[in-house]
Design a binder for this molecule. Structure first.
Ligand code: ADP
Length: 155
């Protein structure tokens, strides 16, 4: 991430259709806000199969791939971008493991769901994939704005 300070790392987070239907948007977004991450993009999207196949291109060929695309296309998702120190790795840690039963209590998946195929949220797994996913879901770009709490979150 050239020319961007460490506290401007970005990650793509998405509340999946089950998280939206279960009215967990506020709770999930709130966790990232409470931790100190800045939301720099957000929208509701009922994604097409084609779009989701691009998002999950790395998983094409996995036995669960068709079911995953059907699940993700079954309703709207809430897509957003968090910005802040270590956003990708810490974002993933806040999500928990892919299998909710293996996720620590206190993580989003560890607190709100039970099975891998309904694990309510997505988070980028690397800085490069975050950049790719942000470009895929937010081709219009993110919103740059002054963070008035910055000095209370960072030294
Ligand atoms: P993560 O979302 O934690 O990065 P993966 O990239 O491995 O995990 O998988 C993407 C998504 O595909 C998972 O979040 C989950 O919704 C689904 N998935 C992964 N493995 C399985 C599985 N064995 N059965 C059903 N769905 C799965």
């Amino acid at each position: 991430m050239p020319n961007r300070p460490p506290n401007a790392e970005r990650s793509f987070i998405m509340i999946k259709p089950d998280g939206v239907q279960r009215n967990l948007i506020g709770k999930i977004v709130g966790r990232f806000e409470d931790r100190g991450y800045k939301i720099v993009a957000m929208k509701m999207v009922h994604a097409t199969t084609e779009h989701l196949e691009k998002h999950y291109a790395d998983l094409k060929g996995k036995p669960f791939f068709p079911g995953l695309i059907k699940y993700m296309a079954s309703g709207p998702v809430c897509a957003f971008v968090i910005q802040g120190l270590d956003a990708v790795k810490t974002g993933r840690a806040m999500l928990g493991a892919t299998n909710p039963l293996a996720s620590a209590v206190g993580t989003i998946r560890g607190d709100y769901c039970l099975v891998t195929g309904r694990n309510i949220c997505h988070g980028s797994d690397a800085v490069e994939s975050a950049e790719h996913e942000i470009a895929l879901w937010f081709p219009e770009g993110v919103i740059e704005y002054e963070d008035t709490e910055h000095a209370w979150i960072y030294e």
